[in-house]
Design a binder for this molecule. Structure first.
Ligand code: PGA
Length: 220
């Protein structure tokens, strides 16, 4: 089992100035980071500046994006492709429930996104909201996010999340890590990260505030 992954998913929030302000306020040090990898997923508009700031200040943070085009480079107006993402980011979130619901992304589109990310050298973090959902075979990291827990303040129980994480691993031999997402806070994060089959957390709302997110990293 590798490091625990602690992800900040900012969703459709933060200007460039706000993103840089957040990075300046982030309060994590190497001592908080034993066996942890912190990943920030900004909007595409802030990606380049966030990446530059992280490099120039040697912050112990990796970068992810919240989406990727299902196509390679070419005539796909409006899309950001995996090669472009690879310039800045190590990871990409694929299949978040907000994309499945609001943008009608289905299993075929999501499988294309995974293939293109993997072949471009970007690591997919594949989101599912229940244990029965299809997971492309190239996926190694999954985020389990029950719909009832996302943005509601009603997180899953750590025991349930742990048993779903175990079931996902048992059903998919290639999966090395399962993260939990859904109303993670500084107060409840350790209840999840201490579970045997949970290998990190995906944090939405509580990641928008640098101080809350720093506490999540410290407590995880
Ligand atoms: P939340 O979002 O932490 O605000 O519940 C999690 C997510 O959607 O990734």
């Amino acid at each position: 089992m590798g490091n625990h992954l602690i992800l900040a998913n900012w969703k459709s929030n933060k200007s460039v100035i706000e993103a840089l302000g957040w990075l300046k306020m982030l309060n994590i040090s190497e001592t908080n980071l034993e066996n942890k990898e912190v990943i920030v997923c900004p909007s595409f508009t802030a990606l380049q500046e966030v990446s530059k700031f992280v490099a120039e200040n040697s912050l112990p943070v990796k970068i992810g994006t919240q989406d990727v085009s299902p196509f390679k480079e070419g005539s796909y107006t409006g899309e950001i492709n995996a090669i472009q993402i690879k310039e800045f980011a190590k990871y990409v979130l694929i299949g978040h429930s907000e994309r499945r619901e609001n943008f009608h992304e289905d299993d075929n589109v999501l499988a294309n996104k995974v293939s293109i990310a993997v072949s471009s050298g970007v690591i997919p973090i594949y989101c599912v909201s229940d244990v029965g959902m299809k997971i492309p075979s190239e996926v190694k990291i999954v985020a389990y996010e029950p719909l009832s827990a996302i943005g509601t303040g009603n997180s899953d129980t750590p025991e349930d999340a742990n048993s779903v994480a175990k079931a996902i691993k048992d059903a998919n031999a290639n999966i090395t890590s399962v993260l939990y997402g859904g109303s993670v806070t500084p107060e409840n994060v350790a209840n999840f990260t201490k579970m045997e089959n949970i290998d990190g957390v995906l944090v939405g709302k509580a990641s928008l505030d640098a101080s809350d997110f720093s506490k999540i990293v410290q407590n995880a």
